[in-house]
Ligand binder design. Sequence first.
Ligand code: MN
Length: 277
Amino acid sequence: MSTRTIVRRVRGLPASDGAGVKLNRIIGQRALEMLDPFLMLDEFGSDSAGDYIAGFPDHPHRGFETVTYMLNGRMRHRDNAGNEGLLESGSVQWMTAGRGIVHSEMPEQDHGLMRGFQLWVNLPAKDKMTTPRYQDIAPERIPDVEPAAGVRVRVVAGEMFGVRGPISGVATEPVYLDIALQAGAKVSTPLPENHNAFAYVFEGEGVRLDDEQLARGELAVLSAGDSVKLAANDKPARVLVVAGKPLNEPVAKYGPFVMNTPEQIVQAIRDFQTGNF
Ligand code: MN
């Protein structure tokens, strides 16, 4: 048995995306360009409508998956194949863009708190041109378990503490956990030993991870190992723990297109420009 430790710490950078949404880019910036298979992690959170109201009007994706975890607020999603859905507080959308979609992600509120994460997960070469697929998961479909006193875990993806998260059929066999710890609570969470994994503290002041402090707003890249130990200090804390199987394939990335070769990127741009998504 091997417990995961912190091998690297990263803080997000303020960024702006879509039509001017303010966000915190944690993966996908100079300090951490990617953590195979994770290409990007954005945290958004504001109760000032001016920071989010412009939303993300029509834009394309090809070759990977976008995972939107809404903590607070409402976002409407529409794509060029006629798919539409409303992401509400506590829901998750796992979208496999595959060969391509063009969609918008727009706030369905003009005041109040909007908060959540968007994670980009790479697809293996063999699946990059797969048919687009949506897994829209309502809040009540996400198991909420109490594996230890004072600890609640929402299992979005992966099999954990005797429950299975609702996300299925993802090539990188992800684990996606939202772990809330009361003051003084602790938990050991199993993780697939050779998955790449990170932990990110998004509420509270910080936690102990193994025996080191991890502050709020700090992402820990974890060593390999079959579990991660988290403990709250004297305040409650909430931590995102995510793991995925590394693909170890070449990555050619250009904005919202993530392929294996520059030629495939040129093709993606051409297909998008000629309306072939
Ligand atoms: Mn998008």
